[in-house]
Each structure stands twice: as structure tokens, then as C-alpha cells.
Design a protein around this ligand. Structure first.
Ligand code: CAA
Length: 381
């Protein structure tokens, strides 16, 4: 297995590392403290081509491969996990299903502005009573002539407060259970779509999420994404890609916590020597870097499967499961290395710890990733 990066991939790393270091990192703590949406950074990501990384240039994207997306996500998330997830949702949960399932007319109208970053997208699957059990959709779309009328509520929608365009999953035929779910492209500023107040969250506070309410919202049939009843497959295959992005986000958070702790451990002294020279601390650092590398290779493997056009549900779930749990453990131990300084907001590791938690929850909890992985084992693969 060749793990070296191509020249183009190395350039992506350099470009996103410079952006992250110079423009994102200096304001990340303030963004978190103020729970402020980083509009200026989102505009810069659009200029740098980071909002439609894998979309073909024919549709105004950057035309890079899935590994380039992973590399960019890791760099941006190292500086600010909130900025990372804003980018991830637009790329994996919105552009990706449009690339895969939209008609040519839909791509021209909806994909182009999203890939350019002129518009921002959100993905509306979760509901108050349909989180892990994604098939339990209550939001209803009823066909009426050349349109559908939609009623229902969506929950915890990342980018919801700012999004111009949304991918919506809802029921068109409840009696058919998951086979009765259909996907739609939604104009988020249209009549009958309302946004609730932004959620007050533990971490990724600069990335905003909210409830979305649909009240007799009328969508033309031309905005149906795929066929009636295909929505569950649209959602699941979208999440196969999304989970690679969240694994990369977790890698970035874990790396930031590890690098800060490693640097701190070589400057702080106790009992007459640097704390890194105490085996208790040195072993923590050893475990952190080992776990980061393991998470990185799992994530690269999933991206490689995607690049080759192979099914990667199991590999994406393994990457997200491992990387998110590693990021949580690393951030927790980074606080331990810093001791009292790790617990105060003057140092960034408490933010990394709070930011890491969501990676074990969204786009499928760790328990759901284990369901996906074990189902493939039981299928003999
Ligand atoms: N690709 C294509 N099709 C798939 C698929 C995939 N990855 N996974 C399942 N399917 C198909 C199956 O083949 C099956 O098809 P048939 O009807 O033809 O047999 C069908 O879907 C049903 O599959 P399951 O029986 O496995 O479905 P299930 O109801 O048991 O659910 C689950 C499976 C894995 C638990 C799923 O519900 C799941 O992933 N839940 C978690 C949802 C989730 O990740 N939510 C995150 C919300 S988005 C978010 O978090 C965004 C954000 O804020 C950043």
C-alpha cells in the first residue's frame, strides 16, 4: 500500500496549513468564546476552493480526490473544529449527494453555487424522535399536482441558521417504512421553512445548528432528489462519505491537543526535570501519537476506497469510530498533561476536549458505527 502523497495532495496540505495557521488559529478561541459564526473564514474557504473540494470543475468545484478532502479537513480542524464542520457539511453532506443523485438540470441550478461557496448547504435528516433510528422519519411530504407539500420538524441541523440550500429527507409513504423515504433539495429561504434559535452547545460553538420547521412548504417535483422511496439510500450513502470527513475532523482535533501537550511537556518542569521526562507523561504522549497515526491510516483507507469507486460503508464507520474515540482520549489526556492549566480557558486543550465530544455523536454515534461494522462482519465481509 503506497501511503505517500502526490504533489497535488502535498500542495493542498501546505495551502490549508497556512490558511489554518495564519487566519483560523488566531481567532479560534474568540469564535468559541463568543459562539460566533466565522463568516469571514467561510468566505475565505470559498475563495480557496475548499467548499466543493471533490466537485468536478465542470460544476465549479476544485476537482480534487477524497484524500485531498481528508487532508484539508484535518488541517482546518486542527485550528478550529467549528470551521472544519461547516466545511465538512457543505462538501460531504450537500455537494456529495448532489454529485451522485442530482439530474443535470439540478446540478446546474443547485450544485454550482454550493461548490463555489456562493451558497451554503445543510443536511436535514435528524428529527426530535429520529436520531440514530434514521428510518423513523415523521416529516411528511404529500404529492399535490406538480409539487409536494411538506410538514414536520428537523433537529440539530448544522449550518441550519445560515444555509441557503438544504438536502431534506422525509416520508412520502409511511407504510413502506425506510423504503417510503424521499430526498428533496430545499430553498431554505422559501415560504414555509422557518429556523429555530441556534442551539447552545458544549463544543463546536462557532458552528451553529438549529431546528428547522416545515409548515405547508411547497416543493416542485423538479426539486426531488432521486426517485420516490430512494431517500434512505441517498442518506446512508451520503453518510458513508460524511463519516470520512468527521474522522478527518477528529484527527485534526486530536492532533491539535497532542501537539500542544507535547510542546508543554518539554517546557514545564516538576521535581527537577521536564514533565516529558517523567515516564507517566512520556507514555501518554507515545499513546497519543500512535493512536493518531492509526486513526489517520484508517481514514486514508476509507478515502482510498471512495476514490476507487468501491463501497466503503464499513471502512468509513471504522475510521470515524476510531478517530473520534482517539480524539476524545487524546484531548482528555492532554488536559491531564497540562494539569490545572489544562482546565482553564487560557489554554486551548479544554476547547479541544469539548469539541472532540461531538465527533462521537453526529453523523452516527459510536454505537451506530459499531452496528454498521458488525453488520458487515455478519455478512462475511
Ligand atoms: N448505502 C446504501 N444503502 C444502504 C446503506 C448505505 N451505506 N446502508 C443501508 N442501506 C440500505 C440497505 O441496503 C437496505 O436496503 P433494502 O431496503 O433494499 O434492503 C436499507 O438501506 C435499510 O438498511 P438497514 O436495514 O441496515 O437500516 P436500519 O434501519 O437498520 O438503519 C442504521 C441502519 C445504520 C442504524 C442507520 O439508521 C444509521 O446510520 N443511523 C444513524 C443516522 C445518522 O448517522 N445520523 C446523523 C445525522 S446527520 C448529522 O449528524 C449531520 C451533522 O450535524 C453534521
Amino acid at each position: 500500500m503506497d501511503l505517500s502523497l502526490s504533489e497535488e495532495q502535498q500542495q493542498i496540505v501546505e495551502m490549508t496549513r497556512e490558511f489554518a495557521e495564519r487566519e483560523v488559529k488566531p481567532i479560534a478561541a474568540a469564535l468559541d468564546r463568543e459562539a460566533r459564526y466565522p463568516r469571514e473564514l467561510v468566505e475565505r474557504m470559498a475563495e480557496l476552493g475548499l467548499l466543493g473540494i471533490e466537485v468536478d470543475p465542470e460544476y465549479d468545484g476544485s476537482g480534487f480526490d477524497p484524500l485531498s478532502y481528508v487532508l484539508a479537513m484535518e488541517e482546518v480542524s486542527t485550528a478550529c473544529a467549528s470551521t472544519g464542520v461547516i466545511m465538512s457539511v457543505n462538501n460531504s453532506l450537500v455537494c456529495d449527494p448532489l454529485v451522485k443523485f442530482a439530474s443535470e438540470e439540478q446540478k446546474q441550478e443547485w450544485l454550482r453555487p454550493l461548490a463555489r461557496g456562493d451558497k451554503l448547504g445543510c443536511f436535514m435528516l435528524s428529527e426530535p424522535n429520529a436520531g440514530s433510528d434514521a428510518a423513523a422519519q415523521k416529516t411528511r411530504a404529500v404529492r399535490d399536482g406538480d409539487s409536494y407539500v411538506i410538514n414536520g420538524v428537523k433537529n440539530w441541523i448544522t449550518n441550519g441558521p445560515q444555509a441557503d440550500t438544504g438536502i431534506l429527507l422525509c416520508m412520502t409513504a409511511p407504510e413502506r417504512k425506510h423504503r417510503g423515504i424521499t430526498a428533496f433539495i430545499i430553498d431554505m429561504n422559501a415560504e414555509g421553512v422557518e429556523r429555530g434559535p441556534k442551539d447552545d452547545k458544549l463544543g463546536i460553538r462557532a458552528s451553529h445548528s438549529c431546528q428547522i420547521f416545515f409548515t405547508d412548504h411547497r416543493v416542485p417535483v423538479a426539486q426531488r432528489l432521486g426517485e420516490e422511496g430512494e431517500g434512505f439510500k441517498v442518506a446512508m450513502s451520503t453518510l458513508d462519505c460524511g463519516r470520512i470527513g468527521i474522522a478527518a475532523q477528529a484527527l485534526g482535533i486530536g492532533r491539535a491537543a497532542f501537539e500542544f501537550a507535547a510542546e508543554y511537556a518539554t517546557t514545564r518542569t516538576t521535581f527537577g526535570k521536564k514533565i516529558a521526562e517523567h515516564q507517566a507523561v512520556a507514555f501518554m504522549l507515545a499513546d497519543m501519537e500512535t493512536e493518531l497515526d492509526a486513526a489517520r491510516w484508517l481514514t486514508y483507507r476509507a478515502a482510498g476506497q471512495k476514490a476507487r469507486g468501491q463501497r466503503h460503508s464499513k471502512e468509513s464507520a471504522m475510521a470515524k469510530l476510531y478517530a473520534s474515540e482517539a480524539a476524545n482520549k487524546i484531548a482528555k489526556n492532554a488536559i491531564q498533561v497540562l494539569g490545572g492549566n489544562g482546565y482553564i480557558t487560557e489554554y486551548p486543550v479544554e476547547r479541544h476536549y469539548r469539541d472532540a465530544k461531538i465527533t462521537e455523536i453526529y453523523e452516527g454515534t459510536s454505537e451506530i458505527q459499531r452496528v454498521v461494522i458488525s453488520s458487515w462482519i455478519l455478512k462475511g465481509r
